[in-house]
Write a new protein. Structure first.
Length: 134
C-alpha cells in the first residue's frame, strides 16, 4: 500500500504514516500515565490501557502489510481499541488515578487519532471503489 501523505511524499512503510506515528505517541503517553497508577492496578486497568494502546498502533501496522480489505478491517480494530481506551481513561479519571487535566488531554488525543483513522478508512474505501474487479 502506498498512500500519499499531505506533503506528497509516498508512504513506503507503515512507519511513514502520521496516524501510526501518533498512535505510537499515544502508547508512550499511556505507559507514562499508567506508571503512576496504584500498584493494585498493575494487572488491572493499567494493563488494559497499555494493551489497548499497543493494539491501536499494531493494527495500523499489520493492516498496512495486508490486502486492502484486511487493512480496512485492521483499522476498524484500531478504532475499537481506541474507544476502549477512551472509556478506560474516563474511568481512570473518575477513580482518581489520572488528574482531570491529563485525562482530558489523553481523551483529546484519542479523539484526534480517531478522526485520523476515520479519514484513512474513508480514503481507502474510495480507492477500493476505484479499483476494477478482477
Amino acid at each position: 500500500m502506498h498512500e500519499p501523505n499531505s506533503e506528497g511524499t509516498p508512504i513506503r512503510s507503515y512507519r511513514d504514516l502520521r496516524v501510526w506515528q501518533q498512535a505510537m505517541d499515544l502508547v508512550e503517553a499511556t505507559y507514562r500515565a499508567t506508571k503512576r497508577f496504584p500498584t493494585t492496578e498493575r494487572y488491572g486497568l493499567a494493563t488494559q490501557l497499555r494493551r489497548a494502546a499497543v493494539s491501536v498502533a499494531s493494527n495500523i501496522a499489520e493492516g498496512h502489510a495486508r490486502s486492502l480489505g484486511d487493512y480496512l478491517r485492521h483499522l476498524l480494530i484500531s478504532t475499537g481499541s481506541l474507544t476502549e481506551m477512551e472509556t478506560q481513561f474516563i474511568l481512570s479519571t473518575r477513580l482518581g488515578f489520572l488528574p482531570t487535566e491529563e485525562g482530558e488531554s489523553l481523551l483529546q488525543t484519542c479523539d484526534h487519532l480517531g478522526r485520523m483513522l476515520g479519514g484513512l478508512r474513508k480514503a481507502l474505501r474510495v480507492r477500493r471503489a476505484r479499483v476494477p474487479s478482477p
